[in-house]
Design a protein. Structure first.
Length: 132
């Protein structure tokens, strides 16, 4: 969903509203995995191909495919703050654990492409924030 904030608001009010919208989305990411014992956080590119997305300070690169909830929140927060669209979806793996897939993209793309063999049980998109 794309969020629109009135341009009649001043910059401080815009920043506050932007933060509220972002935090609400991040809270939904946290809530999406509640109740599941085992959760894997993975990410894919615009074509649905898995990517290494977890930052490693030791190698100074993104070198892991699977991360934690905290890393997923940090990833989403950074992308949203950069003006990117961000989506997540949840699906069950073959072993019954929850996989939460993350992806980021830019307009004019409206809907993400998920890995081919994954059937979403839930999905949410942050389509950015604009002033009008």
């Amino acid at each position: 969903m794309k969020h629109i904030i009135s341009k009649d608001l001043g910059i401080d009010a815009f920043k506050k509203r932007f933060s509220e919208i972002r935090e609400s989305f991040l809270d939904s990411l946290t809530a999406a995995s509640e109740g599941y014992k085992n959760v894997r956080y993975l990410a894919c590119d615009e074509d649905g191909a898995p990517i290494n997305w977890v930052w490693d300070d030791a190698t100074f690169t993104h070198n892991k495919e699977e991360g934690s909830l905290e890393e997923a929140i940090q990833f989403a927060n950074n992308m949203i703050n950069s003006g990117m669209c961000f989506s997540y979806m949840g699906c069950l793996s073959g072993s019954g654990e929850l996989e939460v897939w993350l992806t980021t993209f830019e307009s004019p793309i409206e809907k993400p492409t998920w890995p081919n063999n994954k059937e979403p049980r839930f999905e949410l998109t942050h389509g950015g924030v604009t002033q009008e």
